[in-house]
Design a binder for this molecule. Sequence first.
Ligand SMILES: [Zn+2]
Length: 486
Amino acid sequence: MSQRRVAVAVAVLLLISAGVAGAGLPTVTHDGRPYVELKRVAAAHGDAELEASPAGTRARLRVPGHVVTFTRNWAQILVNDTPLVLDAPVRVKRGVWLVPESFVGRVLPGLAPGVAVVTAQAGPGAPAPAVTLAELRFRSYPSFTRVVVETSGLLAYRIERQGPKEARIRLIGLAARAQAAEIRDGFVDEVRLERAGVDALLRVVFEGTAGTTRTSTLTDPHRLVLEFGRPTETGPRQEELMPLRTIVLDAGHGGHDPGAVGPTGLTEKGLVLDVTRRVARLAEEQLGVRVLLTRDADYFVSLADRTSLANRARADLFVSIHANAGRQTRADGVETYFLSSEATDSEARQVAALENGVVPLEGPPGRGGATKDIVKTILWDLAQSEFQTESSRLAEIVHDSMTQTLRIGNRGVKQAELYVLGGAAMPAILIEIGFVTNPKAERRLKDASYRDEIARAIVAGLAEYKRNWDQRKRAARAPSLVTKRR
Ligand SMILES: [Zn+2]
C-alpha cells in the first residue's frame, strides 16, 4: 500500500520540481550528456548515506525515509520500490559512479529531509496540472496484460480498488474523453476510461480473477504502465522451474525487405534465412529443444508479428539473426545486441536505425511520420527490467562462442534500441553475423561450409546458455532435497 502512495508522491514531486536546476554540483560530460558524481550528490545532501563500490553492479543512496537504488548502465532506478526511468543510464567510469544531472534536478528534491511526501497528492489547494491523454494502449503477454496510459505530462494516480473482478485506478487531473476497449485475451475482459469530476477513472475488468498488479512510471514520453499478472497456481510457478524447452529463431527481413545487399548482390534476407535454418536443425539435434522459425521462406513478416509468435508459443528465448551493412566497405566482424534505450556508441545507433528501418513499411498508412516516436514508446513500455539481465547474459555467451571459433573480428556485445526485440516477453538477442557490404566478407558468407561454421558456433553458445539455465532451475528446485538430507 505505502509503495503505491510513494509512487503517486514521486510522480507529483517530479512535476513540482521539474526545471529546478541542480544543486550547484559540478558536472562531467559523458556521451554528450551532463553527469554528476554520486558521492558528491550524497555529500551535498547532508543526511545521506551512500553504498557504492567501484566494482559493484548496484549502488544505494539512503536519505531519511527513502532508499534509491542505482544499477550500473541502467537508466531505470528504484525510488524505494518504485521504478523510475532517468533520461540517461547510470554510468561507472574508472570506479566513479555517475548519475545523470536530471536526477539531481528532478528526483532528489522530492527526497529532501522533511518533505512530506504524502501530502504532495493533488488536493483542492494544489494547482490543477493540465495533463491530457495522448494514447491508451494494451498488449497481451502469456503471463500478464499491460495497459499503458501515455500522457502529455507527469500523471499522478491512485489505485482505488483492486477487487477480484475489477481494478480501479484514479488518474488525477487527467483530461480525457470516456472510452472503452475490449481486450478479451482470456484474462482482461475490457478496459474503460470514465470521467470522475476533474479526474479520469481507469477501470480494468477481469474475465476471471485478478492476479497481481505492478505499476511504474516512465518519462519521455510520460507514461503510466500497469501490468496485470495472471493468477498463478499455488506454490512456485512450475514454468519458472522448467528446463529450457523452446527457442524462437528469427531470420531477419524477407519478402519486399531485402535487408543489407552486398557488392555482388548477396542479400541479407537470403543469407540469414539459410543460416537460421542451419541453426534450427543443429539446435534440435544437439539441444533437444523445440525450435520455431518466424519465417521459413522468402516472405515479409512484420517486426511485431515476430515476437508475437514467440510470446504465443511461450518461448524461452528469442534469437534474431541478421547481417550487417557498413558505411565503410572495410567494416568486418561479428556483433551481438540486446535491447537498451541507450545505444553503446554511434555505430550501434546506426545499426538500430537500419534494422528498425522496415517499420515505416509496416504501419497503417498516414502514420508514417510518427514512426520514430511509435518505435520509442512501444520499446519503453517494456522497461525491459525483467529480461535485460538474462538477455545480456545470453548475448555474452553466444557472442563469446562465435568469436572464439570463427576467424572473424570481434566487435563486441552491444546495446541499442532494436524494435524487433522490444516485443519479446523473454530474453532476446540480435546477432549480426558479418558484413555483407564488405567484399571479402561477402565472398566468405556465400560459402556453405562457412555458414555451417557460424551455425555451429551459435548453437554451441545456445548449448552453454541452456546448461547454465538448467543448472539454475535445478538449484531453484533443490532446497527441499537439502533439508531432507539434513
Ligand atoms: Zn538486418
